[in-house]
Design a protein around this ligand. Sequence first.
Ligand code: SF4
Length: 281
Amino acid sequence: MALIHLFRKCNQRCVFCSYPEEGGADGRATLKGWLKEIAAMPPGLVQISGGEPLLAPAGEVCSLLAAVKKLGRTAELQTNAIAAAGMRSEDLNRIVNALNAARGYLNVNFPAAAAALDLKITRARGAFRKRLAGVERLIKAGARVRLTHVISSLNYRQLPDFAAFAAKKLKGVSWTQFSYIKGIGRAEGSLFLPRYAEVRPYLEKALFVCEKNGMHCEVDHIPPCFLGGFYRLNVDIVKMRDGVRGPHMEEKVRVPACRGCRFYALCPGPRKDYIAVHGTL
Ligand code: SF4
């Protein structure tokens, strides 16, 4: 898997952003530079991130997607979808077509089911309404959309509401990932990391709502021991079973409390940054 950052520019200031704040040297590469970066990274999926990639000129995004396709790799375009709400139809369609040609999909950061909570998390006024409109436009244009709902102390109690909202308002979404906040970047060592045990009842309710509504979903960065009967939705289980190497091996570590756990062989343990904040599971 390869991850490239187009630039730092972004139209949100999410409390959980793991990439450096805007303002520093951007070090923006050319298409040739990005391709060199991709070639030097492990094979598989190419994640195109930012900042916010949809703030780049459409032609540039399309060239990059075409190059990913030429390499025979799959593209994941990570976005908050705000820019998609106001983009010219011609540009939006070009990007969706180029993405589909690269067998790709959009990974949309969708952190809340209501405008007030969205504002608290993204610190971008009007973002919720635009994001919803952007996702609707992207789906209508034929894109495959995955939602990423980052779980933090600001929104974990609303997880069932988010699941109900997605079931009702975002029907064309391909799948949803509930992803526990990473304690890096802006969230390093922060109070935004709730304990897994606090999150568990709300997350289980949300996953039940998803199941009831036939929504495909998965969970990342919350170990299977905190997922009850939904433990199979943890994304590391398959990677561990198949011996796939990747960031999960570096970011996570088993702790003394893991001894004797029935998931021991299939779980790399909790995130190291979680343990840095909470000390134990
Ligand atoms: S190995 Fe540790 S973190 Fe993973 S499921 Fe078991 S107890 Fe939980």
